[in-house]
Design a protein around this ligand. Structure first.
Ligand SMILES: Cc1cc2nc3c(=O)[nH]c(=O)nc-3n(C[C@H](O)[C@H](O)[C@H](O)COP(=O)(O)O)c2cc1C
Length: 170
């Protein structure tokens, strides 16, 4: 798929079919996350691939977005400042977006699950044996889609794009 087709085709999918996703595919998705930029190139991110059905069943209650998903990638991040300031949230977000696009390019679907993590971070930490210095920041279910969500309303480019100064050029 052309890059812009991938960007356009990506949707937050919250229902998956039972077909498993191979580790080769999951590792490629993680590799895309690793390629993402990070503040001062600190790369404070770690990735937990969950593909054991028993572990998937334990993390499924985190969010309805995991419905049926055969696998998930959990993104951990060390909330540590760089010498230029704090960028760990942006670092985690950049990795997440790269991984979402990679999943689509590889024929899978995914969803950025982050809001739902906040209320069960400690449970996930224990379940996945995450050390104390890392935050369990977000996760993405990965699988073949069992739904095709419509494209939600997005800004029209002309409404949010400015040339050279705000609101100029319209
Ligand atoms: C920071 C962030 C946190 C999100 N957290 C969740 C979440 O916890 N659960 C969920 O189902 N979707 C979550 N989403 C997905 C958004 O709901 C989704 O991107 C939005 O509705 C637009 O739909 P689209 O991704 O199909 O364009 C999150 C997205 C972002 C960027």
């Amino acid at each position: 798929m052309d890059f812009f087709e991938v960007v356009r085709a990506r949707r937050s999918v919250r229902k998956y079919g039972p077909d498993p996703v191979g580790r080769d595919v999951l590792k490629k998705i993680v590799a895309a996350g690793i390629e993402a930029p990070s503040g001062a190139n600190m790369q404070l991110r770690q990735y937990v691939i969950v593909d054991d059905p028993a572990v998937m069943e334990r993390i499924r209650p985190v969010s309805p977005a995991l419905t049926g998903a055969p696998a998930a990638i959990v993104l951990l991040v060390e909330p540590k400042p760089t010498r230029f300031g704090e960028f760990w949230i942006q670092d985690a977000s950049a990795a997440m977006q790269n991984m979402l696009l990679a999943a689509v390019a590889l024929g899978c679907a995914a969803c950025w699950v982050e809001g739902a993590i906040r209320r069960c971070e400690d449970d996930l930490r224990e379940l996945l044996a995450v050390p104390d210095h890392l935050r369990v920041w977000s996760l993405m279910p990965v699988g073949l889609p069992a739904e095709s969500p419509p494209r939600p309303s997005k800004s029209a480019p002309d409404e949010v794009t400015h040339y050279n100064r705000f609101a100029s050029g319209r």
